[in-house]
Ligand binder design. Structure first.
Ligand code: PLP
Length: 628
């Protein structure tokens, strides 16, 4: 349990069972439910679904929607706050239809709404947020068409709130509203002076990309008033960044936002809603700290700071408590999905050894390093051994380039060098002090486990912004992890790797793993990928979207589950079509080339048909490695 810190980042959803397998409790309100992840994998295999797969636990989504809403409802009651909570889910965090449908369904009892940040997202939320009582918040940059769509929603009696991100959007909205004779509901986004802390801290402050300055806010409100639309101004919006690591930023934002709301009220603009945006973080590394991949607060503390903070400002300023809106996406979706990939090989610097027995013709460099290898255990100055071995290896490379030693001799020197490093590593295990250069031995000798997935498709943020995502094996976690490894993907890109892992003592550049067993299918899970990773992946090397499996727990049997839906990932022809190829034409072209070999007599018709079918099958097949 401790090696992978599962309990620290698992948020109650993940733990390691006594059998060493990962267990899932997908619904926090039903702690009896415990699904063995290895059984899920076995069933996926039985169904003939190829790995890698995205596994979605829809109960986790529902559980998070309920947790956020209930926390707000309970805190509001406890604080005797006069306003309500009306949250929205920002679809950009995971726009998958099944995810949005599940969230809308789970949110229905709470009138939980949706948020859109682009025209395509607006078109989506118009069709999917069918609950007339919930809010639809419209952020992002807008054009006249966007405004007309929003006003169509108003015509249909929906609570569509257009949030003005930049001053010039206001005239677009006013003109469209006048033309269509519909009263919009309008929000203004403030460019807050308080900045969040963490990777997204540039979302606030003077150089923030979105929002209005104080003077623009006042001018916007007065402009609306002069156009007879002052009444339409209902919402104050702010968002100081995603994944806020420090709760102090939330407190500061609420007091600044609260003051703006109160002053606007006093100026005669009777706003009804304050939208605090997103920012509720996830403890990806389980450190409960202000690390970029963590947060120093819980959901309960966050909600309490929003509710009590707003109450305090409003009471002080003698203005009504507004309805609170929040746009948490990461906190809703991160836990519900993970990527499961098979380990398909191991890469080690010393994986193949040449015989190094002494020959009379051996070059002096080879003799020297052999003698050193034989004497490692009897010498005490480990740094000196390291220096000598490294120097002779370097000299050997020079000698090879100058045609002084042969390729075979260079290979033997390499074999002996790695043997020395392994011996040094063993000796260092008991050392009280490890010199700086030797500290890298563990990493240099660590294996690289080759996993059948693409970092660029499935964990884009680990590559783009050094996001830490927890990785754990699905089974055998009750064994001593004797292999330290990093993980590499199957793209032809050296950046396609994971080398930051959550372990018991924090973040490590190697992941402790049980050794691979011959003939065993061994799987790793990359967790907390439900927010952003699912939708930001790209098709580097033409690896496409993953097969998806949607899992539900069985209410009648706490250990049982069922696969509710399988969504097929991209086939080769799918990704080729996106890149403007014509797979049919490609198949015909291959067939023509193969047929020419029949005409020339180089291939029998029977063999030619087989090759043609094989090419076509591969076109229709999955883009990842076929492992069985
Ligand atoms: N609302 C807005 C305006 C955003 O820009 C974002 C993301 O950055 C969100 C909501 C979602 O925030 P989070 O993922 O932190 O919940």
């Amino acid at each position: 349990e401790r090696v992978y810190g599962v309990q620290r980042w698992g948020a109650g959803y993940f733990e390691i069972g006594a059998n060493g397998n990962l267990k899932i409790t997908p619904d926090l309100s039903n702690k009896n439910m415990r699904i063995d992840f290895q059984s899920v994998i076995d069933e996926i295999k039985q169904e003939g679904i190829q790995f890698p797969v995205v596994v979605r636990f829809h109960d986790i989504l529902r559980s998070q929607v309920a947790a956020l809403n209930k926390t707000f409802i309970n805190t509001i009651e406890e604080a005797q706050y006069q306003g309500k909570y009306m949250g929205v889910y920002p679809v950009k965090v995971n726009q998958m239809r099944e995810v949005v449908e599940e969230i809308v369904d789970a949110g229905a009892p709470f009138n939980y709404g949706l948020e859109a940040g682009s025209k395509a997202e607006l078109i989506t939320v118009m069709a999917y947020n069918t609950n007339i009582d919930s809010l639809t918040i419209l952020n992002g940059y807008k054009d006249a068409e966007f405004m007309r769509l929003a006003l169509l929603g108003r015509k249909l009696g929906r609570k569509m709130i257009v949030v003005i991100e930049k001053y010039s959007e206001l005239s677009l909205l006013i003109n469209a509203a006048k033309q269509l004779d519909v009263m919009p509901i309008i929000g203004l986004r403030s460019k807050m002076t308080v900045k969040g802390r963490g990777k997204w801290e540039s979302s606030g402050g003077d150089r923030a990309k979105f929002g209005l300055t104080t003077s623009e806010m006042i001018c916007a409100a007065r402009y609306l008033e002069s156009e007879g639309m002052g009444e339409c101004l209902k919402l104050l919006h702010f968002h100081i960044g995603s994944q806020l690591t420090d709760i102090r930023a939330v407190k500061e934002a609420i007091s600044e936002g609260g003051r703006i709301y109160a002053e606007m009220h006093r100026m005669g603009f009777k706003l009804e809603y304050v939208d605090v945006g997103g920012g509720l973080g996830i403890d990806y590394d389980g450190s409960k700290s202000t690390n970029d991949s963590s947060r120093n607060y819980t959901m309960e503390e966050y909600v309490a700071d929003v509710v009590y903070g707003m109450r305090e400002v409003c009471d002080l300023e003698n203005v009504p408590h507004p309805t609170l809106v929040s746009e948490s996406g990461r906190a809703i979706t991160a836990h519900h999905s993970c990527v499961v990939a098979q380990v398909v090989g191991e890469i080690r610097a010393n994986s193949a050894e040449l015989p190094t027995d002494k020959l009379p013709t051996d070059h002096i460099l080879l003799n020297n390093i052999r003698e050193l290898a034989e004497s490692v255990d009897s010498q005490n100055n480990l740094q000196e051994i390291f220096n000598d071995a490294s120097q002779w290896k370097e000299q050997a490379i020079g000698a090879f380039k100058l045609r002084v030693i042969s390729l075979e001799e260079l290979g033997k020197i390499e074999t002996l060098y790695w043997q020395i490093m392994v011996k040094l590593q063993h000796r260092l295990k008991d050392a009280e002090f490890v010199p700086e250069e030797l500290q890298e031995l563990d990493y240099n000798l660590s294996s690289q486990y080759l996993c059948n997935f693409s970092v660029f498709q499935s964990a884009a943020d680990t590559w783009a912004i050094d996001q830490v995502l927890p990785v754990v094996p699905i089974s055998r976690m009750n064994e001593k992890p004797t292999v330290n490894c990093s993980l590499v993907d199957i793209t032809c890109d050296s950046d396609g790797k994971l080398d930051q892992f959550v372990v018991d003592h924090g973040i490590s550049d190697v992941l402790p793993m049980p050794p691979l067993k011959k003939g065993e299918d061994y799987y790793l899970g990359l967790f907390l990928t439900g927010a952003y990773q699912d939708v930001m992946g790209d098709m580097h090397n033409l690896f496409g979207r993953l097969n998806e499996v949607h899992i539900f727990g069985d209410d009648d049997d706490p250990e049982d589950f069922y696969i509710e839906e399988v969504v097929k990932g991209s086939s080769v022809q799918d990704v080729l079509s996106i890149m403007q190829y014509n797979p049919d034409a490609m198949a015909q072209s291959m067939k023509r080339m193969i047929d020419q070999h029949i005409s020339s007599g180089a291939m029998k018709p029977r063999e030619a048909v087989k090759w043609t079918d094989f090419y076509e099958d591969c076109l229709k097949g999955y883009t990842y490695l076929k492992t069985s």
